[in-house]
Design a protein around this ligand. Structure first.
Ligand SMILES: Nc1ncnc2c1ncn2[C@@H]1O[C@H](COP(=O)(O)OP(=O)(O)OP(=O)(O)O)[C@@H](O)[C@H]1O
Ligand SMILES: Cc1cn([C@H]2C[C@H](O)[C@@H](COP(=O)(O)O)O2)c(=O)[nH]c1=O
Length: 215
């Protein structure tokens, strides 16, 4: 595969999506159709349908392993139908969340085991991992405060409304994944002012995707 696969990860409210939107606005004039911006769960028709089921606040009875399998099913479809074709076409793929989210949220957050969730996802992805992962770190209380303050009530999903203890486990899970993958993870302090986080993220992408920016 000739493209480059970069993921954005972090606890809820870290600002990934806001930062990604701002960075993409700067990248589009430079890269045009060499860029694919996508997200998980979702990113294509079937995967977005699965997203709706997973995140629906009415689905309170969903079992933790069912949840993990649905994220993996959505990911499989997204990977083979959207991400891999773009990488084969030589594109820079920026994806809001990927396998690390499942390991942190389902493995650590839901306590079904980080290794077990990772293995199950290896089956789903045939061992595909991002080239680089930009991790937006934030204390749980700050992320949750941002969501409470700024997010439209209707846009709050089934995972956002989990307990602070759940989100603490997710955060600890992320730090463990980052520690195990020092070559892949790039840490960004997401408590900094938004403009600084955007500029730092843009610089990381220009450095990591330097082949895309040659004259
Ligand atoms: N550096 C920042 N400083 C202050 N506020 C910020 C910063 N970054 C993002 N925000 C605000 O925090 C809120 C949450 O941001 P956003 O939705 O991008 O987070 P997220 O990481 O994508 O969360 P989720 O994973 O739950 O969707 C938004 O209202 C956004 O404007
Ligand atoms: C991919 C993935 C996501 N999640 C969680 C993380 C968030 O709470 C939601 C997705 O919402 P976002 O606003 O688009 O970030 O789902 C998860 O638990 N496991 C996963 O694999």
């Amino acid at each position: 595969m000739t493209g480059k696969f970069i993921t954005f990860e972090g606890p809820d409210g870290a600002g990934k999506t806001t930062v990604m939107n701002n960075v993409v606005a700067k990248l589009v004039p430079l890269l045009d159709d060499q860029l694919l911006v996508t997200r998980e769960p979702g990113g294509n028709n079937i995967s977005e349908q699965i997203r709706t089921v997973i995140l629906d606040k009415k689905n309170t009875e969903m079992d933790a392993r069912t949840e993990a399998l649905l994220y993996a099913a959505s990911r499989r479809q997204h990977l083979v139908k959207t991400i891999i074709p773009a990488l084969q076409a030589g594109k820079l793929v920026l994806c809001d969340r990927f396998v690390d989210s499942s390991v942190a949220y389902q493995g650590a957050g839901r306590q079904i085991g980080m290794d077990a969730v990772y293995q199950m996802n290896q089956f789903a992805t045939e061992n595909t991992l991002p080239d680089k992962t930009i991790y937006f770190d934030i204390p749980v209380s700050v992320g949750l405060d941002r969501i409470a303050k700024y997010r439209d009530k209707d846009a709050v999903d089934r995972l956002d409304v989990e307990t602070k203890t759940f989100h603490e486990r997710v955060h600890d899970g992320y730090l463990e994944i980052a520690k195990k993958n020092p070559d892949r993870f790039i840490m960004i302090d997401a408590t900094k002012p938004l403009e600084e986080v955007i500029s730092e993220t843009f610089s990381v992408i220009k450095r990591e995707g330097q082949n895309f920016f040659k004259e």
